[in-house]
Every structure is written in C-alpha cells, then in structure tokens.
Unconditional design. Sequence first.
Length: 357
Amino acid sequence: MSFGKLEIKYADGTSGVIELTKPQLILGRSADVDIPLNDQQVSRRHAALLCGPDGVRLVDAGSANGTFLSGARLPAQQPVPLSDGAQIRVGQTLIKFVAPVADKTTTPIRMRAAAQPKPAPAEGKPDETAIKRKPAVTAPPEAAPVSSPPASSAPPPSGTPPPPSFTPPPPSEVEAEPAPEPQRPITPPGMPIDQSSYLKYLPSFLGGNEFLGRFLLIFEQILTPFDRQIDQLYQYFDPRLAPPDFLPWLASWLGLVLDERWPEGQRRELIRAAVELYEWRGTRRGLSEFLRLYTGFTPEIIEPGVGKGAKADQAHRFVVRIKSSEPDKLDRALLMSIIDLEKPAHAGYKLEVVRDA
C-alpha cells in the first residue's frame, strides 16, 4: 500500500523520489535510516514520517537544526499532518510531499450491488427474495384451521390506514457496520512499544519482568529526546551546523562581535576563519581575507609609500580597491568598519569601490 511519495532535492543538487510504503520511516544523516540524506546540517536521526489510514504525519525527532514545514519550524516530538504539496526543509535538503491519488474505481462490492437496479420478477412467478425474507409462521399444535374470509372488492372503511407497501427485513439480516479500530498512542521514533530497552541495564533476573518493562517505558519516553539531543551536542560547536541563534554565543568564545548586517552564511564563515584571521591581524593578508569573506571578491591593496620612488607624504597610507559587478549593493559603511578593525592603528587608507569591467 502506498501512502504517497516524497520528491527530494538533495543538498548536492541531485533529486529523487521516495515511495512511502511503510507505517514508519526515519530520515537523517545516518546510514541505517530509511531515507538517508547526505547533508551536514541534518542530524543522524533527524525526523520521522508516520503513515496510516488517516494520512501521513511528520515528527521532528529533536534535531539540532530543526525541521521546517512551509517555512515554520516544527516543535520536537509532536506529529503534524501533511497535506498534498507540503514543502519540507531539513538542513539544505528540500522535500515535497505528494499525497496518493484516490482510486475511484475501487467501490465496495456491497455498495455496487446496492446501486444496481433490482430486476422485476416474471409475470406469474413469485418473488424469491420476498419469500426468503418472509418470516415463517408455524401453527400451534391441535389448533383448528381458520378459514380465510372471502375476498371482497369493497374499499376499506374510512379511517383505516392502508397496508404498508414494503416489509422491512428482519433485524438479523441487516449487516452491522464494523466498529472503528482503536488507535494506539503515538510514540517517539525509535522508541520500543512493548517493553523498555532499559531492562538490559538491570540484573539479568529482572530482564523478563513484564510489568517492570512497561513501567520503565514511562521514563524512557521522557528521557529519549534529551538523550538524542545530547548525542548531537557536537553540532552546536560547529559553525556550519549550529542554529542561527547560537552563532553570537559561539562567536563570543573567540572574542568576535558579529555584525547583524552580515548574511548568515558569511557570519558562519567568519567564525570558522577567526583563529587564522587573528594570526594575520594588522597585515595585508589578514585585511584581504577579511574583506573577501564579506564581499566574495579579493580586494586590491595598493601601498604607494612602499618601494622605489615612494614619497614621504604617502608613507603609512594605502588604497583598498574592490571590484564588483554590482558595486551599489555593497555596504560602504560596513566595509570601512572592517578596514578600521583590521588595519594597523597608525595607518591611513582610502576605499575605492569600482565596477568590474
């Protein structure tokens, strides 16, 4: 049985289609999940899909970077139903859910039989169905036969209701609708259902205790999300994987004050390169690398007061020239703040932002 399909656009640009045929599917970066995703911003067991007769639900398994549905981040461990065409984002992977197409030709046999007209009985031949549905009447023992009154064509007396034209079938022949099956409570992905996995940490003589196995499930269901979050704690210290709200605190470890005007991707790269930039601070190389991280272009740094023919009034001064195809989109004030931060304290400079030919 198909519960729909997923159209996936992977982080490396490739795409694929996954058919949903199991009641529960786990997606993540681990190799042992049902839907593996090669994405560094995806947790090893990132989220789960719960498939059933009432549709498909998405559950975030306490991932570090979160699971986003139509741009909104889902709360952890709370199933959310998916509608046809729902857009899902995990890390840099984009997923579109396509609901299954209902087959209109699969009408139940009982409904099709009821929809067909019932053939009329032939003239002079009694209706077998009516005979079958007519309840059998047995005469009591030693009862004298009662002669039927002669047929009369006279109309019934006024006030007497006409005889019913249809005799309903006995209650025993009416087929009762099946009662709906009770739904089992939803457990977090990867959680056991019958007995707790914590039994393996207890002495062996307690391993077969059925009550204790069910009792420990209460604590396992509470602690499992925290265990998974601790298992993925290393991602908080990687600037490429840390949540956006965590970046300023991570930058404070390195003595950086992030400028909110920087795009998120460039702030991550700045944190990664901070230690190396500190080694080259105040030098031509350090200033050039800092500006490259922000603009994406390697600047040209000219020192007219250095070399043969240098003039005394040009000493300790330099020119920073940045060539860009769209110079108007560069924040000149932010560029100057970067140069003031990275240049030698006694040196002066001139900033030139020109259009790249």
